[in-house]
Design a protein around this ligand. Structure first.
Ligand code: AR6
Length: 231
């Protein structure tokens, strides 16, 4: 577990003891649902062109493993449109696996406006980033950096310069950021997924053996880093 000020990279330690403490906190009435909820987009399935069916299997399996390990944390997969195919695939597969829908569900909305527009409190959100952690570029990355403003850009730069595929980095969102002030977002976790788009760096040439392995690593890293934000 590497901690560097307001950043933490690749948490690997067992956090079961902390999970136990959180369970007790819940009982004592100090439970804050927002800080126990991660909202995340489907990593790699738009600009990075990863196959939706394979991605939905990985999302559901990774989420199920995570929920078994941490029993008071919530995960929410977000996409912009009611017609989102990844949302319906994940919803169906999660239902078939009988995953508790109060702890893992899908949500239609802009991940940067979940509280103000959707009434959904999620203090931690994930970003489908690029390897340079550069703002802009479209997709959810542009939306999150726009909403976070310069404060988020600076905080991100302090944490890391680059990401390798399959890894993630937690950034504490400064209280001066509109994302913090208006949406109550305290942490953004930047994640780099596998790339199946020939026009983007680290193109995997349709190698889904590698691609699936990297996507699993990306979600594991994201979810463990989320757990590490809940002390
Ligand atoms: N709120 C919620 N979900 C969104 C939003 C939003 N505001 N915007 C997009 N999505 P993508 P990738 C969904 O392309 O495939 C960037 O340019 C979208 O519908 O953002 O991992 C980076 O800089 C899809 O389901 O990420 C990288 O270079 C999901 O978010 C590259 O794209 C991910 O779509 C990463 O590509």
């Amino acid at each position: 577990n590497v901690e560097a000020g307001d950043c933490s990279i690749e948490v690997k330690e067992e956090l079961n003891e902390k999970a136990e403490n959180r369970k007790q906190a819940k009982g004592s009435g100090s439970y804050d649902i927002g800080s126990h909820t991660l909202a995340f987009p489907s990593i790699s399935t738009a600009d990075f062109q990863f196959d939706l069916d394979r991605a939905s299997d990985i999302i559901v399996e990774s989420a199920a493993d995570f929920l078994r390990k941490y029993n008071n944390l919530r995960l929410v997969l977000v996409d912009l449109s009611k017609k989102s195919r990844i949302l319906s695939l994940v919803k169906d597969k999660a239902a078939k696996k009988r995953i508790d829908s109060s702890r893992f569900f899908t949500f239609v909305g802009d991940i940067t406006q979940l509280l103000s527009k959707g009434g959904l409190q999620c203090n931690v959100i994930a970003n489908a980033a690029n390897w340079r952690l550069k703002p802009g570029g479209g997709g959810v990355n542009a939306a999150i950096f726009n909403a976070g403003g310069e404060a988020l850009q600076h905080a991100t730069k302090k944490c890391a310069d680059t990401l390798r595929p399959g890894s993630s980095v937690v950034v504490s969102v400064p209280s001066t950021s509109p994302l913090h002030q208006q949406e109550g977002v305290t942490h953004v976790i930047h994640v780099l997924g596998p790339n199946m788009n020939p026009m983007r760096p680290d193109y995997l040439k349709n190698d889904y053996t590698k691609g699936c392995k990297i996507l699993r690593e990306a979600y594991n890293s994201l979810f463990e880093n989320f757990a590490s934000t809940v002390q």
